[in-house]
Ligand binder design. Structure first.
Ligand code: PLP
Length: 498
């Protein structure tokens, strides 16, 4: 493809992309294809001769679109959102144009330096404590996903624990260090609540340590508390195990619960080797609102690391997971290995950042560009408006559900534009309707609405689960909207992200 052909092809692609976004609301949000559909549409052998661009481009609509789940569709209310915006797409285009696996500063100084600047900007927007800014001992780094961030900090936590323990034991001989490290690893325990994302358990598998889950309760709205942590820590240490890592979540996947960071941190003060990571993959984006700075951002002084996916709720195309750490040495001490072929005088000078030492892979993409484009296009005010708009949609939806308290119950208070609801068992629906028909409840209609699901007996729970599953399956089969169902505690529930 020549430069001129590229210009024509790119113009046509941009036009098609714009048309795609315009037609998005009318496309079915979930595809109807069967597994293996694409193999049936494509030749089994690769093309012997190169093809014309137009033929390739035509295959987007013919071959790819039928198998696309449209995450940007207004009818997509499943999981958590995945942002896509035009400035984000333009950032991806430039990143592709300047493609470079810029692992060291010298591999493209702009890639490293822009990343440091935009992550400092974002830290300020989110009201993160100063310790997470690059001007001190901390800083931010872009990872591919929240899961990757968790593995990365868990490995740093493991190595920090082992290093400190070896120091305490005065072990300096290389072989002894290796033997004792292996012994200690077998006793290390990573922790997360039963509502923490599964990536914490997966990270523990990768880090080669144990994992224990802490049970949350409905009465705490599925948030983890200091009391639960203390009991677990005391139990583990009394059995000679070493808890070394804890994920606390700001906005759990199931219900957007916020773990009680202040009480957890106060317990953790008695366990100074416990690394606390705050997973704000989705709801961390809400910290752009100043009203959360006092109540949430300030508590992050107590955590070692914090992560938010800009690619979920902050208008930036996948992938852009922003990991912040209070002491960058904790990462680099664990992950920095410098063979001769990676040495250069800039790195040796200690004056530059080599982000390869802050992550698992060596090579890295120019992801800071799209964040830069997004923050500059929206400005802080625009980002705040965007989040407020979604919170408003969430309030509207939760209000509509409350208006039909004969049919639905809300499981936990709606938060961060997520409403989690169950369908009432048929006999309960009848009772509410009968009461209303008989004028049995003298309170005004609004006041009758049950804000959250009341405690249920076993039989009622079983019936509620059954009918909620039925309703979810019917919605799923209609393919008009895409929602997610989950099991929370013992309740089968439907999640709606507005
Ligand atoms: N943490 C939370 C709270 C999540 O909800 C999710 C995914 O939705 C993740 C982590 C994993 O995110 P990623 O796909 O970026 O690894």
């Amino acid at each position: 493809m020549t430069g001129e052909q590229f210009r024509d092809a790119a113009t046509s692609v941009v036009n098609d992309i714009e048309r795609y976004y315009t037609t998005l609301p009318s496309r079915p949000v979930v595809p109807s294809v069967s597994p293996g559909y694409i193999q049936k549409l494509l030749p089994t052998e690769p093309p012997a001769k190169g093809e014309a661009w137009q033929d390739i481009e035509n295959d987007i609509e013919r071959t790819i679109m039928p198998g696309i789940t449209h995450w940007q569709s207004p009818k997509f209310m499943a999981f958590f959102p995945a942002s896509s915006t035009y400035p984000g797409i333009l950032g991806e285009m430039w990143s592709a144009a300047l493609t470079a696996p810029a692992f060291n500063w010298i591999c493209s100084p702009a890639v490293t330096e822009l990343e440091t600047v935009v992550l400092d900007w974002l830290a300020q927007i989110l009201g993160l404590p100063e310790a997470f800014l690059s001007k001190g001992e901390g800083g931010g780094v872009i990872q591919g996903s929240a899961s990757e961030a968790i593995v990365t900090v868990m490995v740093a936590a493991r190595e920090r624990f082992i290093r400190r323990q070896l120091e305490r034991e005065g072990i300096t001989d290389a072989e002894e260090i290796e033997d004792r490290s292996c012994e200690l690893r077998g006793k290390l325990v990573a922790l997360g609540s039963d509502q923490a994302h599964s990536s914490t358990k997966k990270a523990a598998i990768i880090a080669g340590t144990r994992f224990r889950s802490l049970t949350t309760s409905r009465s705490d709205n599925y948030a983890l508390t200091g009391a639960q942590l203390r009991t677990k820590l005391e139990d583990l240490t009394s059995r000679g195990l070493h808890p070394y890592y804890l994920t606390v979540t700001l906005g759990t996947t199931n219900t957007c619960a916020i773990d009680d960071i202040a009480s957890l941190a106060s317990v953790a003060r008695d366990y100074p080797d416990l690394w606390i990571h705050c997973d704000g993959a989705y709801a961390g984006a809400a910290l752009v609102l100043p009203e959360y700075h006092q109540s949430l951002s300030n508590h992050l002084t107590h955590v070692d690391s914090f992560d938010v996916n800009m690619h979920k709720w902050l208008l930036t195309n996948f992938d852009a997971s922003c990991l912040y750490i209070q002491k960058r040495r904790d990462l680099t001490d664990a992950l920095s290995i410098t063979p001769a072929y990676l040495q250069n005088h800039f790195s040796d000078s200690g004056l530059v950042t080599d982000y390869r030492d802050w992550q698992i892979p060596l090579g890295r993409r120019f992801r800071a560009l799209k964040i830069w484009f997004v923050i500059r296009t929206w400005g802080v005010e625009g980002l705040r408006q965007h989040i407020r708009r979604h919170l408003h949609f969430g309030d509207i939806f939760a209000g509509l559900v409350r208006e039909r308290s004969d049919l639905f119950s809300i499981l936990v208070p709606p938060r961060f534009a997520l409403t989690v609801l169950t369908v009432n068992p048929r006999r309960k629906q009848r009772t509410v309707l009968d009461e209303q028909a008989e004028g049995g409840d003298p309170r005004p209609y609004e006041a009758q609405h049950v804000p959250v699901m009341a405690e249920t007996d076993d039989e009622e729970l079983r019936e509620a689960n059954e009918i909620t599953k039925e309703v979810y399956t019917a919605i799923d089969e209609r393919k008009e909207f895409f929602l997610t169902a989950s099991v929370i505690g013992e309740a089968y529930a439907i999640r709606v992200v507005s």
